[in-house]
Design a protein around this ligand. Structure first.
Ligand code: S6P
Ligand code: ZN
Length: 191
């Protein structure tokens, strides 16, 4: 018998999350960002071009998901996996974004690796939170967010955010973040 569903209503489901390895073994979507997708984001554009050409354009990060409707009431969720590495002295990071619907928050539960979540508001507020296995970062509404991998392992997180949130990358492309995170002389520095 066919099921009658209201718009946006779907059947329940479950999905396996590999907590030990910080991954989703059977995603239906895999979004990838390679070094060549990161042009304009790093301080050292020349080092990025070298990584693209001599370094064979390595994977920067991937997002694994089994999407649900991008609608109010639903919860989007995914596994975000950021590779370890550097562009010049700057540590690998995600592009970073505001949510298009500003009133939407996000939870990042770190499953492995180490790094930071950098956050900023359009009004000039700035914050950074440590990411490490078992630590949850709460990104409040209106805060843009970007993760940075400061370790040698993949920085992996389970993310949850409202279905209607959407992603606004354009403003961060223009504004950037007030601080960058580098590895200089074996030390992590923020400047
Ligand atoms: C989505 C959530 C994450 C990021 C992912 C990649 O709201 O914040 O899944 O999409 O970490 O970062 P970005 O900035 O390229 O979307
Ligand atoms: Zn987000």
């Amino acid at each position: 018998m066919s099921k009658i569903r209201e718009e946006g209503v779907i059947d329940p489901f479950s999905v396996l999350i590999d907590l030990e390895n910080g991954t989703m073994p059977e995603p239906s979507n895999r979004i990838t960002r390679k070094a060549s997708d990161m042009r304009g984001y790093y301080a050292d554009g020349k080092a990025l071009e070298e990584l693209i050409t001599s370094g064979n354009d390595p994977l920067h990060y991937e997002v694994l998901e089994r999407p649900v409707p991008q609608a109010r009431g639903h919860l989007m969720y995914c596994i975000s996996r950021l590779m370890p590495g550097r562009v010049g002295e700057e540590l690998f990071m995600t592009k970073g974004h505001y949510h298009s619907v500003k009133e939407t928050a996000e939870i990042y539960l770190c499953l492995g690796g180490e790094g930071y979540m950098a956050m900023k508001t359009a009004g000039g507020a700035w914050a950074v939170e440590r990411m490490e296995r078992g630590r949850m970062v709460y990104v409040p509404p209106t805060w843009a967010h970007r993760s940075i991998n400061t370790g040698r392992e993949i920085l992996s997180s389970f993310c949850v955010y409202p279905g209607e949130a959407g992603h606004n990358y354009g403003d961060i492309e223009k504004e950037g973040f007030p601080k960058r995170i580098f590895m200089k002389g074996g030390r992590i520095v923020m400047e």
